[in-house]
Write a protein that binds this ligand. Structure first.
Ligand SMILES: [Ca+2]
Ligand SMILES: [Ca+2]
Length: 172
């Protein structure tokens, strides 16, 4: 219980469903990112009655891990990762939605590559071989190069393979 409350205090209290909704807004954004003003707007619509200014700023700063003034998909993925709500399968389900930016129910090589690249940049490791890693990961989890990785493959693969889960959905 002690550990849970420490974790909760250092993260934002978003449900997996809220994160999925946020993803919809970011996807509809031409830049694929939300700035502070857009975020406050969206946040008000989705989550809050009244004046959310102060709290949305706090949430924004927490989600904007690389402090570049925008929230994007990979930062939402990290939010899924630290969210303590929902069971493992639900959280992986939400993580899948972050990867599947086109919403066609499959993670393409390109989507996997983009996300790996974004995550590498975020944590400051080299992204030289992300394209090759994207191919390997999709294959390892049972996906196919031409059709990509399906939702159940992603979820089952991450549930059965802790090492893979650590790469694709850290701390989920
Ligand atoms: Ca950012
Ligand atoms: Ca897709």
């Amino acid at each position: 219980m002690g550990i849970t409350s420490v974790k909760a205090a250092s993260t934002v209290d978003l449900t997996v469903k809220q994160i999925s909704l946020l993803k919809g807004f970011i996807r509809d954004c031409p830049s694929g990112q939300l700035d502070q003003a857009q975020f406050t707007n969206v946040y008000q619509k989705l989550f809050y009655q009244g004046n959310p200014d102060k709290f949305s700023k706090y949430v924004f700063n927490t989600l904007d891990q690389d402090r570049n003034g925008f929230i994007d998909f990979n930062e939402l993925l990290l939010a899924v990762a630290v969210s303590s709500q929902g069971n493992l399968e639900d959280r992986l389900d939400a993580a899948f939605d972050m990867y599947d930016t086109s919403d066609d129910g499959r993670i393409s090589i390109e989507e996997m590559t983009n996300m790996l690249q974004a995550m590498s940049n975020l944590v400051g490791i080299s992204d030289d071989d992300v394209d090759q890693r994207a191919h390997e990961i999709i294959k390892e989890l049972g996906g196919k190069e031409d059709r990509g990785l399906l939702r159940h493959e992603f979820i089952q693969g991450c549930m059965n393979n802790a090492a893979m889960r650590k790469i694709l959905a850290p701390n989920v």
